[in-house]
Design a protein around this ligand. Structure first.
Ligand code: LLP
Length: 438
């Protein structure tokens, strides 16, 4: 469920017409609904309430500070993956002691920055990384908790290969079999206290079943570790909960919780802390990307609708063949979609590719899509773009990134101004030309 709905043929975000906002703020524009963001956060937190988990929102999915602040107000911690994301979490006012720092390639500077600001849990992905974080913590006179990220060798066959992380021979975590030796070697470190376990099997995971399969491997491993004398007081089950790209095609929160919560009941009862790291499921349906039709043209048998935005601002269709619902923001009443999905049983639709301005054939947002007729100047929305949208946008072709705006009820405000040409060249103009030596 989200708050992007058509009323009398006009797309509304909560109680504001999207066309009105686009007229005021221009396009391309990422537009978010606060009520949707909060609704998703609450829905997930409530479904897992019995476990009273830390809900560590995965900043990488959508990092705008104003949105992060909204989630912090709801009680969210943060899942961060870089120094820059620690910085965002700080500025959003998150309780850093309830933040988890993941990532296979943490640099010394990032580790020091996170320790300095009291990030609570380091999700450790390899032996050399443990040694490095521990040494830096010791040098700084800081302590932190470490969670060993194990690779349970579990995948969801529906997850795209590029975002499958829990299968063997991905770069993430250490193989399950190496966990006992890892704990034996590092389990007593005074500065980096290894008392936790982390998994994250991929994104999105389309049912509870792969989580259950992973937990069926990890929970016995935790029992063995405890038997060997180790304390395990935190279990982070990662993110991956799906979003509603197509109406009704993804499980709801109760579906996930029904199978996952019982698995974790004993761990919780024994005093353990559960962490979840949702990103997509909270942010995806809370945002749309709005672009304006520049031209409509034909090429061979194809019709192309060319927008002022494309793979430069939303790379998911190009990178993962991701399917996202695309529809004009203003349509005739008989072109109002009842659900978001590939089949739209309506008269008068025209099959087209919705493409961007970038000089690459792979620059498309939708291919072979049946759409109501559009003309130059019309607005088109790409739905479910809140997650992995703006955060993956680039300046390719020297195209500035979009503005971002947030709707709350019948009100809206800019939460990131549109980039300018000056923003594009500023970092180059700031430096003095350096002499080049042979
Ligand atoms: N935790 C860890 C350690 C992760 O690597 C990720 C996502 C998450 C949590 C959050 O996963 P989520 O709840 O959002 O599924 N760019 C891709 C998705 C990449 C996911 C990367 N890691 C896409 O657009 O589909």
């Amino acid at each position: 469920m989200d708050h992007f709905q058509y009323r009398d043929g006009q797309l509304f975000c909560e109680d504001v017409a999207v066309d009105r906002i686009a007229r005021d703020l221009g396009t391309p524009l990422y537009l978010y609904s606060k009520a949707t963001l909060v609704h998703h956060y609450r829905g997930l937190a409530d479904a897992f309430a019995e476990l009273d988990p830390w809900v560590c929102y995965s900043i990488k999915s959508c990092g705008n500070l104003h949105l992060c602040k909204t989630l912090v107000e709801q009680g969210a911690g943060m899942d961060v993956v870089s120094g820059g994301e620690v910085h965002r979490a700080r500025l959003a006012g998150a309780d850093l002691s309830k933040c988890v720092f993941a990532g296979v390639g943490k640099t010394d500077a990032e580790i020091a920055y996170a320790l300095e600001h009291g990030v609570g849990v380091f999700n450790i992905e390899s032996e050399p990384e443990f040694e490095n974080v521990a040494a830096i913590a010791q040098r700084m006179g800081r302590t932190a908790r470490a969670a060993l990220r194990v690779n349970p060798d579990v995948a969801d066959s529906k997850t795209h290969a590029k975002t499958t992380t829990g299968a063997k021979a991905t770069k993430f975590g250490v193989d399950l079999e190496r966990a006992p030796a890892f704990f034996a070697r590092y389990g007593k470190h005074p500065a980096l206290k290894l008392t936790a376990v982390h998994i994250h099997i991929g994104s999105p995971i389309y049912s509870a079943e792969p989580y259950v399969r992973a937990l069926d491997k990890v929970l016995p491993m935790i029992d063995d570790l405890r038997e060997a004398g180790h304390t395990i007081d935190l279990l982070d089950i990662g993110g991956g909960f799906a979003a509603d790209y197509e109406t009704g095609a993804s499980p709801n929160y109760a579906d996930y919780a029904k199978d996952i919560v019982p698995k974790l009941r004993r761990f919780k009862k024994e005093g353990g802390t559960i962490v979840i790291e949702p990103g997509r499921t909270i942010a995806a349906n809370a945002g749309v990307l709005v672009g304006r039709v520049q031209y409509v043209k034909t090429g061979g048998p194809k019709k192309f609708v060319i927008l002022d935005t494309g793979m430069n601002h939303l790379i998911r269709p190009t990178l993962y063949n991701a399917w996202q619902f695309v529809w004009p923001t203003s349509v005739a009443p008989n072109h109002t979609p009842e659900r978001r999905g590939p089949d739209q049983p309506m008269p008068g639709l025209e099959t087209c590719d919705v493409v961007g301005p970038v000089c690459e054939t792979g620059d498309y947002l939708a291919q072979d899509r049946a759409l109501p007729p559009v003309a130059r100047g019309d607005l088109v929305a790409v739905f479910s773009s809140g997650a992995y949208g703006m955060v993956m946008a680039s300046n390719y072709n020297a195209l500035p990134r979009p503005a971002e705006a947030l709707v709350e009820g019948d009100d809206y405000r800019l939460i990131r101004r549109r980039e300018t040409y000056e923003d594009l060249v500023g970092p180059e103009l700031e430096v003095e030309p350096q002499p080049v030596t042979a």
